[in-house]
Design a protein around this ligand. Sequence first.
Ligand SMILES: [Zn+2]
Length: 97
Amino acid sequence: MNELTAEQKIRLAITGHPNKEPEFQHEGPMITRWITTGPEPTAYVRFQHQGNQIIAHCPLCGEELGQFNANYDGNTNREVRKIRSNGIKHQKQHENE
Ligand SMILES: [Zn+2]
């Protein structure tokens, strides 16, 4: 694959396609997404568009795992990584329930 921009990497991680716009409004908050890019374990989240932010929730219990700017501005890539690592840690707890 060609070198992707930071924004394309984010889109790839959350939509499975580097140029696809995540259609949160149309799909609603009940769609579970898997963040799978790269060697780290998969985290699964539900996204909710709220104002200028996209908020990630745990699909199992609804706990917020993080949020990022809906325009992909600023530190979105870092925020998505944080959501993912929060999700991995958080969902390990569900596995032990
Ligand atoms: Zn949870």
